[in-house]
Design a protein around this ligand. Structure first.
Ligand code: NAP
Length: 246
């Protein structure tokens, strides 16, 4: 009898995992990808897709039971700490095997790594006057009351609500980006400090490569602590975990 896998997704690795799992375990595993629904036109995914929050850990536990989920892979973004915490609680509650698929952090190198958005804001104001930011609303509030700084903020979809930083230049863009394109962008906006979360991945993102080449100081925000439990650093390891259980 085939099993059901729920992938908590929203990032590229989760999409790759869904594709590979559908191909590799056809007839043995039904794959459901879950998206929060933040991005307006997400790229199509193989298998079933559901969109929207579950209603906390209890809501996710209820979904797991009602949809007869056998296995769960938390492949969410390293900074999406709430859904990961809910997944831990829901899987404990329902006895569901759960793997965390988390890309490795980027090496810090010459960058300054700090532990919070607030510290990053302070550090950025010491290092420059024109900062490039490319993370969501939650983190932006720490940069809101900095009248001496100018900000260029990149988002995927143009926000419907105003961003918390008045007067910031908002640009849209969807990855992948190239180092050459990022260099041109940083030059065009005369960026003198780049602030990024340490989202991690196999390769450094083009914006960091570009900033390094232009000798622009980089402030990296460290990830929130990971949930306990089994983990994989890449899609291949996650597929191996699945092959032992499907
Ligand atoms: P978050 O703070 O951990 O999640 C907030 C709430 O959104 C969760 O409590 C949950 O609502 C819902 N949610 C989050 N991920 C979900 C998923 N995959 N499926 C169904 N519901 C989900 O997360 P976030 O930082 O807002 O990120 C939201 C999603 O965007 C994540 O799935 C993440 O993988 C993706 N993403 C995030 C970032 C980022 O920078 N944080 C970057 C790229 C992609 P309920 O409590 O109602 O269940």
């Amino acid at each position: 009898m085939s099993k059901r896998l729920l992938i908590l997704g929203g990032v590229a690795e989760a999409a790759q995992l869904a594709k590979r799992a559908v191909e590799r375990f056809a007839g043995r595993l039904e794959v459901i990808s879950s998206l929060a629904g933040r991005v307006k036109n997400p790229r199509p995914l193989p298998g079933r897709v559901r969109v929207g929050g579950f209603g906390g850990g209890d809501g996710l536990a209820h979904y797991i039971v009602s949809e007869k989920i056998d296995l769960l892979i938390d492949a969410t973004h390293p900074f999406a700490a709430n859904i990961s915490r809910n997944a831990t609680a829901a899987c404990r509650q329902t006895g569901t095997p759960r793997l965390i698929l988390r890309r490795p952090s980027w090496p810090v190198g010459e960058a300054l790594e700090v532990d919070s958005f607030a510290t990053a804001a302070k550090a950025a104001s010491k290092l420059g006057r024109r900062a490039f930011l490319s993370f969501g609303h939650g983190g932006l509030t720490a940069f809101a009351a900095m009248p001496d700084m100018a900000f260029v903020i990149r988002v995927i979809d143009r926000p419907e609500e105003p961003l918390p930083i008045a007067g910031a230049t908002v640009i849209t863009g969807r990855p992948p980006f190239s180092p050459a394109g990022e260099k041109a962008l940083l030059r065009e906006h005369r960026i003198d400090v780049l602030v990024s979360r340490n989202s991690g991945g196999a390769n450094l993102p083009a914006k960091i490569t570009a900033a390094r080449e232009l000798m622009i100081p980089i402030v990296l925000i460290a990830r929130p602590p990971d949930e306990p439990g089994e983990r994989a650093a890449g899609v291949e390891d996650a597929l191996r975990w699945l092959s032992l259980r499907s």
